[in-house]
Every structure is written in structure tokens, then in C-alpha cells.
Design a protein. Structure first.
Lengths: 316, 316
């Protein structure tokens, strides 16, 4: 049997896991629900059960490690989540160590957008570059920065919080304490809020607003232009900061690419000398909502290899 | 005699050079003027003469290499400057190769703020960290990012253009094509422009505005608060992006630290969850206008070591 790693994507709504080989082949996937209302222990229990099911199927000896992508700020050293709106029940809990102890396999805990960026680098739209930025558009906006083929973590692991870049100094208030964060101006939530502000309807989904824009409604069209402007401001600054070859976007709102991208690119062109003078690719990510699973699995392999290096140096 | 490198700081106004040892000891300095009005060849001539003077004094055999810091975007591969407002006469000219050929010593061309950031890392306020961001405040605003002890260059060498981050989406127009660039809201030029807008006087220097603020003039005080706000917006985004341990500021306007820093820190605190939850130092750089000379000298040593590695692999 082949060696594999298990990638877990623990979201506020969905809990998914996949057994993936070192060549990036998906052996099997499990999809379930994150039962937050039943508390932290139940969610952990569900996650451990999913992992065990895959482990039983593909062999305990062949399992290299486990990677877990979660929304929120990660403190790498302690393997804890802090300040996650979606997984508040885990705030400060040592979930990496708990899972490691229960399963006896190296575990890596990572921010979900970082994991997705790594997945795109490993096996998706970023395969051919070493440096890239991924912006994930969803309920909120996340970010992952890959530099030299590795996740840029910063001091404790909080780097890449691109959804909290200020794009409108006095813009909409954000749960993080700031005003005018990118995620308040360019996420699925931002789209539905703007629809409400424009009195298009208070119960509309982002998809409804998209359909309305396609049907020619000028207010709905403006919403996507406004989102493109916010993304363009953030991306232009990121290009001026990094001069990377590739910037990727992913997530549900990507479906409206044709509506927001022209404004986004026009903003970037205006706001970045580097963009105008060097070839910079701004593209859709390739792996959709699987990117995080792939990245998490990659981290499982990495955790295993770090563990064996550490063991080797202890016994040497 | 001791091995040394020559660091050159080629500004729009001043041309300076220093012979510096591998331990960071300054053997000698030369300060002159950049005679831009007499054309590119005259400036090159002056630079070569300064270098020769130091080389004659400290020995040609002991000279490892030369590093040159210049304002503007650098294309590393070709060793050219593009889009420099201050050194337009050099636009696109292969000045690295010209100097290398004339002197027969490895030469490294680098953006001046990148060189300054490296100088601070080598021997200044960043000695004890591997990752830092430097923002240089002057006529314009420059930036340098050090990651893992090295300059973050990006694809062609244009990374770190922090002065062109958008901090006010519809702010003052900038020569780079954007509006609301950090350097239009937080530089010596920005200070004097705001003084003019507030009818404090059209001929005031940044120092005059500073003195006026110290004397209690509320309009002058507002100018520095406005500058602090712009810096705070940019720094909060940088902290959210990088989660680095240290962010440095340097340049003439630092003299007004007590006037702009309180607003700056308040903005950062509001706009960065990471700042509030992790220890992040925001400090004055230590080396003043010598940082670029030190960083350039360091790059001279590096150019020499790269050259000998390349030679070794050719002869191997």
C-alpha cells in the first residue's frame, strides 16, 4: 500500500477530510458537518472519527501525518487558534496536541487560507512559481503568502491576514476592530450588504445579486464594480510590496469574475507602477474548495518529515 | 591591510561613499554632490573617482566589492534603474556593468531603501531579528523588506515599494500614476504641501512646520496627526500581511516622532488584531542616513562572495 497523508478542512460549517498520496492523488474523501452547537469535544470527536475511517481504509502504517486547515489566526508554536469568528469554541485550546495524542501521528495546524495557498502551489495554479499570493473570497476574505515554496508565517504564524488590509480608511466596521477591511468590501457578505444598502432586497444571496447584475440591473452592476475597486486597491499594494509573479483569487464570488475583474484590473493598472512595468499574473485559482485539503495533506507529510528529522537528531 | 568593501549612496542631491570592513568598521568616508545637471557620464565619473580614491588609500587587493544604493526601481538582472524621479538621467542605462567594467571589481546595484534596511539588519536597529520592514521618510517614502536576513526582491527586484501603498483611495495624486500613495501623505513633501493647503505659508520647510507645531499651532499639529494616520494605515496593513517582529522608520521627518507617533500607534492598534495580540515593535532606525552606506557595503561583500562561488563552480 502507498504512503499517504490526511488533509482536514475544518470550517465553520463543513468538516472535510481526504487521504492524499505524495503525488497528489486523492485516495478517498469524507464530507460532513461541523457540529459547533454541540461543543468543542463533539467537533474534535467527529474529526478524529473521519481521520480514523480513512486510516482504517488505507492502513495505519502508511499514514505519514495529518494537516488541519482552520479559519482564524494560528499560533504555530502552541498549535492553537485565536480570534476565530467561525470557531470561537476552539479559542486558545491546544487542539493540535489533543489530536496528536489521540491518534499518535504528527499533526500540523494551519490557517485555512495558508493551506489553500500551499495546495495551489503544490498541485494547482501556482505549480510553476515559487512565490505567490492567494486571496480567498468567501463569507470573509482570507489570504496566504507563499515565498520560496513555503508559507510565509511571520513571527507566530499570523501573517497573510489579507482580508484585514485597510482599503477604505473610513469604510465599514469590521469585527477585528478596524474599519474598511478588504473583507468588508469584497466578500460574499459585502455583496449582500451592499444589495441591502441599495435597497435591492434584504434577503438576497450573493448569487441573487449576481443574477440581477447579469440581467442588467445597474445597482447590482455597481456592487461588483465596488468589489473590484476594493480588490484592486489591495492587490496593487500587494504587488508594490512583493513584486511576485502570481496573485490568485479563489472562492464562491469568483463566479462573478467577469463583473468585478475589469474594475479590479483597471485599479491595479492605475495604482501599481510595478504592474505596468513588469509581467504580473492575476488569475483564478484552480483547485476550488479542494485547495485547502491538498495543502493540509502536504503539511501532514511535512510534519512527518520534521518529526523524523527531530528523532534522527535526538538518537544521533 | 584589512579586507573591505565600498558602499556608495547615489542620491538625487548627494553622492557619498565609504570603505567599510567586514566587521562594520568605517575606514573612511567621502561626501560630494550628485552633478545631475552635467549629465550621466559626469555623475558616473564622479562616482568612479570617489571609489578610486578609497581604493588607492586602502589597497586594490583588499577591495572585495562595491555596492551602490540608488533611488528608484531596480531591475536586478540587468543592473539598471527604471522610473527614478531623482535619477532620470540613468533610466534604463546599464550602470552596474559600466562601473564593473571600469573598476574590475564585482558591483551590486540596489534600491536605496533596500540597502538601508539591510544596513539596519547588519549593524543597526535590526541586528537581533531576521525579519523586518523599514520605511524611509524623506522627500518621498521608500521601503525595504528583510526576510530571513536577506532583502526581499520579488520577481525582478521591485519589491518593497511601500511609499506607493494606497492609504487614501482618492487622496493626493502621485507621480507613479496612483492617488493616495503613502508618500503623498507622510513625507517631508507631504508636510510642506499640507502647510500650504492650510495657508500656514507656501515657503515653509518641514522643519518650519515642526517648529510651528511645537509652538502650539493647532493646524501644524493636525498635519503631523494626519501623517501619523497615513503611516498607521500602512503599517497596520504591513503587520497584518507579514506578522514580522520589527518595523523601523527612518529619515528627516523622524525628528517629529513625538508629534506623529501617538496617532500612528493609535491607528495601528485599531487596525491590526495582530498588533494587539502579538508583540510587535515599531521603532526608530538607528543608523540615520548612514544605513544605506552600510547596506551597500554589505552588498559589495556579497557580490564578491557570489562571484567567487560562480568562479569556483566554473573551474570545478
Amino acid at each position: 500500500m502507498v504512503d499517504y497523508s490526511i488533509g482536514v478542512d475544518l470550517g465553520g460549517t463543513n468538516l472535510r477530510a481526504a487521504a492524499i498520496t505524495g503525488a497528489g492523488e486523492v485516495l478517498a474523501k469524507i464530507a460532513g458537518t461541523t457540529n459547533l452547537s454541540e461543543g468543542r469535544h463533539k467537533v474534535l470527536e467527529d474529526m478524529v472519527n473521519s481521520v480514523c475511517k480513512l486510516r482504517d481504509q488505507f492502513g495505519p502504517k502508511q499514514l505519514a501525518g495529518i494537516g488541519i486547515g482552520v479559519p482564524g489566526f494560528i499560533v504555530l508554536e502552541t498549535g492553537t487558534i485565536v480570534g476565530s469568528n467561525n470557531l470561537a469554541v476552539f479559542d486558545g485550546a491546544p487542539i493540535r496536541d489533543e489530536i496528536e495524542q489521540r491518534l499518535g501521528v504528527p499533526v500540523c495546524l494551519e490557517n485555512d487560507a495558508n493551506a489553500a495557498a500551499l495546495g495551489e502551489k503544490w498541485i494547482g495554479a501556482g505549480r510553476e512559481v515559487d512565490d505567490l499570493v492567494l486571496i480567498t473570497l468567501g463569507t470573509g476574505v482570507g489570504g496566504g503568502i507563499i515565498f520560496g515554496g513555503k508559507i510565509l508565517h511571520g513571527k507566530v504564524g499570523m501573517a497573510g491576514e489579507l482580508g484585514h488590509m485597510t482599503v477604505v480608511p473610513n469604510g465599514y466596521p469590521c469585527g477585528c476592530g478596524n474599519r474598511g477591511c478588504l473583507e468588508k468590501h469584497a466578500s460574499a457578505t459585502a455583496i449582500t450588504c451592499m444589495a441591502k444598502l441599495l435597497q435591492l432586497g434584504s434577503e438576497m444571496t450573493a448569487k441573487d445579486v449576481y443574477d440581477l447584475a447579469l440581467s442588467g440591473n445597474q445597482k447590482a452592476v455597481m456592487i461588483f464594480e465596488s468589489m473590484g475597486e476594493a480588490l484592486g486597491i489591495a492587490l496593487a499594494s500587494l504587488i508594490n510590496i512583493f513584486n511576485f509573479p502570481l496573485y490568485l483569487l479563489s472562492g464562491g464570488p469568483l463566479a462573478s469574475w467577469d463583473l468585478f475583474a475589469p474594475t479590479m484590473i483597471a485599479e491595479i493598472r492605475k495604482r501599481s507602477f510595478t504592474y505596468r512595468n513588469d509581467q504580473t499574473r492575476i488569475e483564478k485559482a484552480m483547485l476550488g474548495n479542494q485547495a485547502g485539503l491538498f495543502g493540509a495533506a502536504y503539511l501532514g507529510f511535512e510534519a512527518a518529515s520534521l518529526r523524523s528529522t527531530a528523532l534522527a537528531s535526538t538518537t544521533a
